[in-house]
Ligand binder design. Sequence first.
Ligand code: AP5
Ligand code: MG
Length: 214
Amino acid sequence: MKLLIMGRPGAGKGTQAAKIKEYYNIPHISTGDMFRQAIKKQTKLGLTAQEYMNKGLFVPDELTIGIVKERLSEPDCKEGFLLDGFPRNLVQAKELDKILEEAGIKLDGVLDINVDGQILIDRMVGRRVCKSCGASFHILYNKPKVEGVCDNCGGALIQRADDTLETAQNRLKVYDDNTAPLLEYYREKDLLLSVNGNQEVSKVFEDIKEVLSK
Ligand code: AP5
Ligand code: MG
């Protein structure tokens, strides 16, 4: 299964990706998570990425494309992968086409988690993520069993630096201007699989399994 997962910031890509990864046994490759790892380690890439991410802006294409290309060449991606948060603009989409073509890989589908307006801001501002494993929770919609503690690994839950109201609003605008047009790009390639993301987490996953089984 070689898939992309798309959707506006806060749509539930990471939440559903964790389930898809487990159910289909494929690696989850999130450019956002890779940048956050690099920030944690304070690498050169991390320091650059941080400047852009904290403003809700895209990290420059050449850096982003480089890390994706490298990651996709690793052996665990041979049988399948779920790419989350990449591509985010037409330049990245065309680069991905090239990378996949050179590797002789064909995408099976592009999942689009469709969620409307204001709820996305609530989801981002109320999100809490595990400091250790990155799992995503929500203070109202997806509560951990114990407040402030990760269900998966017991790590501490924190707020993402880009989940402030102002940055979240900016991320939505940047998505609508740059990433939304890619839905048409993949629809034309007959790869787009849209799922209603305005439902409970488990129902969204049921719908994903259904569209993927076709
Ligand atoms: P990235 O980490 O990819 O963030 P994003 O696209 O803004 O998406 P999010 O991770 O915020 O949302 P999500 O859809 O994963 O939602 P989640 O499942 O967590 O990118 C961050 C930054 O990195 C970018 O702004 C950019 O700077 C940089 N970057 C990354 N990729 C790049 C690229 N290709 N090029 C350039 N720059 C790049 O869910 C959100 C919340 O809602 C959680 O609290 C969750 O518990 C809750 N929730 C989820 N589903 C539901 C549901 N069905 N009902 C109720 N609550 C739900
Ligand atoms: Mg995410």
